[in-house]
Write a protein that binds this ligand. Structure first.
Ligand SMILES: Nc1ncnc2c1ncn2[C@@H]1O[C@H](COP(=O)(O)OP(=O)(O)OP(=O)(O)O)[C@@H](O)[C@H]1O
Length: 678
């Protein structure tokens, strides 16, 4: 029996023992396992006694250290209410039995605490966990901890990794930081104040995630050689981005309306904001606060500028009218035309997206705030373009303006709403598109006959292409870790959409071709906000293969129908099978039904993508993900989890991945394995 079979049975058969009648097999395995377990226990006992004699001189000290760790943890558990029960009990061995605790190799100190999503509630008491002076990893993510973070936590001298994301912490981050820190994730809290300047001393720091807080002030100049991942997005930071951090992508900084400089817009285009007061923050690069700006110009200079300006304007008018005449009957020049359906070439002349652009409105490409206006409609019409595919809302083109500017232009068809409603919807798209897991819209164009949307181009394509593209031609398959990362990113994006508009915001077209990937393989959701613009014909044909049963019946989408569609995406990712066969919309596979039938009848690993079976030690994660997918595709909408729950469940898989699959960097013993809270 393969290990995947075993995991499958233990997780599914145990749940469904009476129905399947296969409990005997499990019992047999259980007795065999327990016998082995007792033998191992005996061996451990002998080894432990031998150890004890060897280490006798240090024994008193060891007991005292572990005792103080135990006391500190019990104080924490006593002070912080938690929904899911912890089995922390002074009478049972802390290193081998306590939920969420990992000790060092010889069981003398607590090294790691992992308590994700167990409903920890209220204030984080000082002088509890802060007393664990051998602690290296602290993960209390996805709980409900509030108030300020005690100053004795981040300063634990041995602390290497802290994960407090998705709590409700507030107040300033204490400035004393352990020099050993390499991972700091405080994202999705309500921290205020400045980013501590002491971060710049963390020479081992590789990940700093502070997104979605209320940090203010300037960005510290972090010249840290090991820093690989930085996210300061969606805070209240201001000033210019220090040179040392300009190598990070836009997504590291977006959502700070007073932050400027590369990779964001140049500082001169923003309205002035207070410059950072802390002395180690970088000076404004573009010279926005340069004293020369305030100097008055003399009259000679004014006349020279006026004459120069007029001549440039005249020249521009001449050039534009020349191009307008040349392009009267010509829209975009399509260099390569490959429709996604069947990959056949098409004559796209009749569909050129410039054809409906009205002369008087040619330059009315409306850019969203924060997007650089590095091109206009003329540039777009002139750009060489490639058809990426025809979707239910229109045709998508990849337009290359120059080496650095590549965008996707979607020519919307069947738009039903008027200009005002269109513009209102664009404002929503702008707001939602600032989340790092949503593909941002950069600009739009609206005229009577033509509606265009300009999106940021996602260079690594879609999840659909990564899963199903060129399977037979020796491409590198998408590995499990990437699939896990993409699914978490996409789930975060959808959860954000759902949380932003109460029950009002629904994606309505979740599918693998609408989950796009950037170079780092972060999953980003695209096409949000289009269905309210479209007529019912387009809406009817969206998401075929991913639609929830109630949507097929009523055509009514809800947040729970998004959850269903996301569940189908998860099944697609696990099985490697697409719910739409290559022959197109008419050939739809009911993936949830297929997976259920395989799992129920055969109890084998056959359900998983063969490309995944090559990776060792992931079977538990696959099964956990399959359970999440099953929950999402429940027939009754009320039985499905909401997207926040889905995010947490996928985060749990990621966490168990860290715990059960030792990374090369981690030289710590994993002998005492973490137990997931019940
Ligand atoms: N911003 C983008 N960057 C890269 N590829 C994109 C981008 N937007 C869309 N695509 C790809 O272009 C193709 C066509 O996309 P489009 O959204 O028009 O159709 P679709 O996703 O197949 O269907 P639907 O309109 O129902 O969403 C898809 O393969 C999609 O993955």
């Amino acid at each position: 029996m393969s290990s995947i079979d075993a995991s499958f049975k233990s997780l599914f058969l145990l749940q469904d023992r009476t129905r399947t009648g296969k409990a005997a097999g499990i019992k047999f395995n259980y007795f065999v396992l327990s016998a082995t377990f007792y033998k191992m226990k005996l061996l451990f006992f002998v080894a432990a006694v031998a150890n004890l004699f060897l280490l006798l001189p240090n024994f008193q000290q060891i007991i005292a250290d572990l005792d103080s760790d135990r006391r500190a943890l019990l104080d924490f558990a006593d002070a912080v209410p938690h929904i899911r029960k912890l089995n922390w009990n002074a009478n049972v061995p802390i290193c081998s039995s306590w939920v969420g605790i990992i000790c060092n190799k010889d069981g003398t100190r607590v090294r790691e605490i992992h308590l994700p999503g167990i409903g920890l509630n209220g204030l984080f008491p000082a002088k509890t966990i802060g007393k664990l002076d051998g602690l290296r990893v602290l993960s209390l993510r996805s709980n409900h901890l509030t108030g300020s973070l005690p100053s004795d936590i981040l300063s634990i001298p041995s602390l290497q990794s802290i994960n407090l994301q998705h709590n409700n912490f507030s107040g300033d981050v204490p400035p004393t930081l352990s020099p050993q820190l390499s991972v700091v994730d405080l994202s999705f809290n309500s921290f205020t104040g400045s980013v501590p300047s002491t971060v710049k001393n963390l020479k081992r720091l590789s990940t700093l995630n502070l997104q979605f807080n209320s940090f203010s002030g300037g960005v510290p100049n972090l010249d840290l050689p090991r820093l690989k991942s930085l996210n300061l997005s969606h805070n209240l930071l201001n000033g210019s981005i220090p040179f040392s951090l300009q190598k990070f992508p836009i997504s590291s900084f977006i959502g700070n309306s007073h932050l400027c400089g590369p990779p964001l817009t140049s500082c001169s285009t923003l309205s002035p904001s207070p410059s950072p007061s802390i002395d180690n923050f970088s000076p404004t690069i573009s010279g926005r606060h340069n004293a020369s700006h305030s100097k008055k110009l003399n009259s000679g200079a004014i006349i020279a500028i006026a004459i120069g300006g007029c001549s440039i304007l005249l020249l521009l008018i001449l050039v534009i009218s020349f191009f307008c005449r040349k392009k009267k009957d010509r829209g975009i020049s399509v260099t390569k035309a490959k429709a996604s359906s069947g990959g056949k070439n098409e004559n796209l002349k009749s569909e050129d997206f410039g054809s409906g652009v009205q002369g008087a409105e040619k330059n009315k490409l409306i850019f969203f705030e924060g997007c650089s206006h590095s091109f206009d409609l003329e540039d777009l019409l002139r750009a060489s373009a490639e058809v990426l595919g025809k979707g239910s809302y229109g045709t998508a083109y990849k337009a290359v303006l120059d080496e650095a500017t590549v965008v996707v232009v979607k020519r919307l068809r069947e738009v039903e709403v008027g200009k005002k409603e269109f513009e209102q919807q664009m404002e929503i798209l702008d707001r939602i598109g600032r989340h790092p897991n949503i593909v941002p819209v950069r600009a739009y164009y609206y005229s009577k006959d033509e509606k265009l949307l300009v999106w940021e181009y996602m260079p690594a394509g879609s999840l659909s292409a990564a899963l199903h593209g060129n399977r037979d031609t020796g491409r590198t398959p998408l590995d499990w870790d990437s699939r896990l990362k993409i699914s978490l990113g996409a789930a975060n994006g959808i959860a954000y959409i759902h949380s932003e508009g109460g029950a009002k915001f629904i994606h309505g077209n979740i599918k693998s071709s609408n989950i796009l990937l950037n170079q780092d393989l972060d999953g980003r959701v695209s096409d949000f906000g289009l269905s309210p613009l479209m007529n019912s014909y387009a809406v009817k044909y969206r998401g075929t293969g991913y639609r929830a049963p109630e949507v097929i019946e009523t055509q009514k989408i809800t947040q729970k129908s998004d959850v269903y569609s996301f569940g189908v995406v998860l099944l697609e990712m696990l099985t490697g099978k697409s719910p739409i066969q290559s022959s197109g919309y008419n050939d739809v596979v009911d993936l949830p039904r297929w997976v259920r039938s395989v799992v129920r009848e055969e109890w084998t690993a056959e359900v998983f993508d063969v490309e995944l079976t090559k990776y060792p030690n992931i079977e538990e994660e696959l099964v956990q993900m399959l359970q999440i997918a099953f929950a999402c595709v429940a027939e009754l909408p009320d039985m499905r989890p909401n997207m926040d729950d889905v995010v947490r469940m996928i985060e749990d898989i990621q966490q168990s991945k860290l715990e059960n699959r030792p990374s090369s960097e981690d030289n710590m013993s994993k002998e005492s394995k973490v137990q997931t809270p019940e």
